[in-house]
Design a protein around this ligand. Structure first.
Ligand SMILES: [Zn+2]
Length: 269
């Protein structure tokens, strides 16, 4: 619910997000040369994303053809990423041009990609102005960004920041770096990350949370928060002992998110 409501902002939401430089906050998943992908803050369904030309144009007839080409070229990667991360069965793809046609943000062209599951509740927004959101948007963002990074040639591996909910200890690879998760061909990166965390903290409750660089095309790491540390703390170190690399930044972000996860679970904290 913290994503619903709030004030209407001045100007164009797409242009505003694109101009910002904190992609996890803006929910930008990918930045191309002429177009970008962003998650919908008011999704019809989990994983609802939009592909948007960088240029502020209302319709395809005004758009730079290179933006349209880039969006078309990126689509297969986006769909593969969604399928792997969310295990969806199908998609609605489409563009509403003009307010008359139902465009929510009519002045800036965008193509919707809405994942669908067998028996999902996508009629809910239409029938009851009710949305079913089984997963928080930033968690979906983390899962998708790891998959899109994989599609963009980083391969099926990423660093994993496993932290306790207090953020006091982080799992190390034994050399003061973060452990690396390697995903099997059809395995989503976030499940590979959970696998790494489970080996270190069996029988604990885990949540995927975000970790990684501020730029959508920068290094990827997945954060996993663990509700309780295992009895044996070998391999767990203080975040300050992490080596000075991108890992450290990832762990710091993971700790931040882990705390937010903990607060959601227990609002009194
Ligand atoms: Zn715009």
């Amino acid at each position: 619910m913290r994503y619903v409501g709030g004030q209407r902002e001045a100007g164009c939401v797409f242009c505003n997000r694109l101009a910002e430089r904190n992609d996890p906050e803006s929910l930008i998943l990918w930045r191309g040369e002429h177009a970008f992908a962003i998650m919908n803050l008011f999704p019809y369904n989990t994983g609802h994303i939009m592909l948007v030309p960088n240029e502020h144009v209302a319709g395809p007839e005004d758009a730079d053809p290179r933006a349209l080409t880039e969006i078309a070229e990126q689509m297969p990667s986006v769909l593969r990423a969604l399928r792997r991360a969310l295990n969806c069965d199908g998609f609605n793809l489409g563009t509403n041009v003009g307010a008359t046609a139902g465009a929510g943000i009519a002045s800036h062209l965008h193509e919707h990609v809405v994942p669908r599951w067998l028996g999902d509740a996508n009629f809910m927004p239409i029938l009851a102005t009710t949305m079913v959101m089984p997963e928080l948007v930033p968690v979906t963002y983390a899962k998708l960004r790891a998959e899109i990074g994989r599609e963009l040639g980083r391969g099926p591996r990423c660093a994993v920041a496993v932290v306790d909910v207090e953020g006091d200890l982080v799992l190390s690879d034994g050399a003061d770096g973060l452990p690396i998760a390697e995903a099997a061909p059809d395995e989503p990166m976030w499940k590979a990350a959970i696998r790494v965390a489970r080996e270190a903290a069996p029988d604990r409750t885990m949540d995927v949370c975000w970790a990684g660089s501020d730029s959508a095309n920068g290094p990827i790491a997945l954060g996993v928060s663990v509700d309780q540390l295992p009895g044996n703390l070998s391999g767990w170190i203080e975040p300050d002992s992490l080596s000075e690399s991108g890992d450290r930044m990832a762990a710091l972000r993971a700790m931040h998110e882990a705390r937010r996860v903990a607060e959601r679970r227990n609002p009194d904290r």
